[in-house]
Write a protein that binds this ligand. Sequence first.
Ligand code: BGC
Length: 872
Amino acid sequence: MIGDAVHCAPAQTPASRSAPARPPVPPRLTPYGLRCEHRRTPLGVGEPRPLLSWRLASARAGDDPVAYELEVGDWSSGRVEDPAAIGAVYGGPPLLPRTRYGWRVTVWARDGAAGSAESWFETGQDVWQASWIAHDPAAVAHMDPPTEGEQALSHHGLLPCPQLRTSFESTAGVTRARLLISAKGLYEARVNGHRVGDAELAPGWTDYRRRIQYQVHDVTPFLLDGENVLAATVADGWWSGFTGFDPRRPGYHYGRFPELIAELHLTFDDGSTRVVATGEGWRTGHGRVRYGDLLKGECHDARAETPGWDLPGFDDSSWRPAVVTGDDHSLLVASRDEPVRALGELLPISTVLVRPGVHLVDFGQNIAGRVRLAVRDQEPGRRVTVRHGETLDGEDRLHTANLRTADATDVLITAGGVEEVFEPRFTYHGFRYAEVSGLDRLDDIRAVVLHSDTPWTGTFDCSDPEVNRLHDNIGWGQRGNFVSVPTDCPQRDERLGWLADAQVFLPTACFNADVSGFFSKWMRDVVDAQSPEGGFSNVAPLLSGVADEGAPGWADAGVLVPWHLYRVYGDDRFLDVDSMVRWVDFVARHNPDLIWRHRTGPHFADWLAPGPATPREVLATAFFHRSAALTAEAARVRGRHGEAERLGALADRVRAAFVEAFVGDGGLVEGDTQTGYLLALAFDLLTPEQSRGAAARLAALVEESGPQTGFLGVNLLCPVLSAHGRDDLAHALLRRTDPPSWLYQVRHGATTVWERWDGVGAPSMNSFNHYAFGSIGEWLYSGVAGIDQAPGSVAFREVVIRPLPGDLSRACARYESARGLISVSWHNDAEGFRLETRIPPGATATVHLPGGDIRRVTSGDHIFELVRGDKA
Ligand code: BGC
């Protein structure tokens, strides 16, 4: 039965280039899915003692590990008796820079049989020799004679994207070539005409005043015997372009103009080495990209193309010397995450000529990305404009009011000729529709889906197609908003790493995809944004113009996010206890009576709640308790027992203060709102008796008016209702179609989750791709399908299978957990209930069957049947 026992629809689209092909289940205990620092075969690992991890599979039930051995190069951990291990930190001698290390893990099963698997990683470097270089923007005016129509192309003061190049001689016999590269801004590198790597929007967004990630690319196949060219185009990106809603640039957020740094390390077959680095001697000029901006869009003038500029033999004598802008390498760090990549393409579902020369294209799906189109047989100088929108005004006009100042407009000036392909490179947009003007014919256009490469790990399917569409919409919202950082939305002039949005959506995100590397990078951004006083922020990376003192539920993400990552991935290095303690002490210091009323930043309250407002102090104090309690737990995990005790006691005192101030007879929580009860129940603030009263009151409020929460309660609605015996109500909420509800959006054609429950609001604050309300996704996996872990369990060592069928007739989910595959498939009808489940090696599971029957099972495949009705 293994291999076929559990079926579930595959993920709707390939969401990751690095997703491991699903391996056939091996007959005996075998490690697979090997990772170094949460990434598959990374180049440029910066961690001196990287974490090496693996998943486990076996076709035999109860085939659990007892020990492992890790071998890295010449170093071995020896046999380590640890039945829970799914990873270990390298413990050998210091790793050399820019070196490939092969590694192997061997895992022993209880019966002595061993299984092993191999992988590799390459280290990065700390010591750089390259200089930062740039095209001096002051020289732009004198640089290129303006092309025809240049005035028309100048846009919001954006400048042409500089091309930078150098050439060097090499001999044959290059055995290895690695390009280490970064930019203040964005880069696209080329070696001898070949595009380097497949990263988009690299090096990604960080607070560049604190940290700049570099990437490493293998360019060995591109090297030539004789003259070689190393080249790059750079663009403003988040560094010096329009970023967020504050329109001040350049130089307001981070920098004034883009800069490049790169080192090409060559190793020859005789063992000799050579480095080609950015610095004196590089040349710079402009080409077709007249500007490229994340929010405004990108303009190519194909007439200004500089053919062969990235190839040997190009005459760059008319170009200027690149300006060396500095030698500071102190902020350069190796990337911790996989980059943004182009991870899918969509063909239009309709293309309509709505006005002469104007086509409206519907891609059928709201995404983040851009359009690629082919232009044929046009005369030179024709202006082709691509505008983007998530929805339409009327039948044939883009709705752009919700983009605010993000023009999201790309322009091509044609060079003429048989065929030109246009795809912007330094921008992205949130859209379903594109309006293309300037062409009489449009027959080759597609949408390119961009997002951070996070291997997809979850699938869910059930008997209600509308719920399945909701699940798909949640996944698309995740793709569209995980673009280098977790953003609130991909379309308007915002796209910021808002902490609460990420915090409430994280549990859903972790089921859908392996986001360990993505959040390992973002948690650095969060800690970078922490104030010297200890306050976490509202957005990370931090940028000017956004209130940086964190609000309740936003700033607390600095504790809630790492705690959840630790529980899901089992990597306790996520728990940066120092930063967490500084946060809790900051709130405590300013609120000596333990009711959090001071230093609440811009207090966003229960953002976008349609119902009655939850009192601000109730919300804030509940989060204060949660942060204190989880920080105490984190300190305990990291062996900081004194801290654990101190903060545990603080959490107890905050709970007492909360109850004293806000909890009345029968568990009534001040304000009498859904979110008030949800937080009190989920954050363990009440006695069992108070909980019963609070849960009953919550249920009554939900029955009365459907969901009334904003961002801070929505993720808890269904989990808390079902934890308190009301999965009937949780299902009723899930299946509800009146506003406010999830399926109301689905019924109204949503292909992503909306910012507002009903999609109605001021146009400037009405995004159709905001994932916070999509945080019900967690409960589809953990509630409806029934894949969860026990409260004290880490990395799904103690799985809980507790399906909640409601009145669905079937559901299934597969989840590639950090330990291995967990799957559930159930059918429920008048005749009975049948459940199939798979539990990975090294885990045990408690299976809760409808009707109250509870079974303990080992790893492996299990089938349960409850017969009812006539057959009983
Ligand atoms: C964003 C939200 C964010 C909020 C803070 C909004 O503009 O879109 O998602 O969390 O500001 O209240």
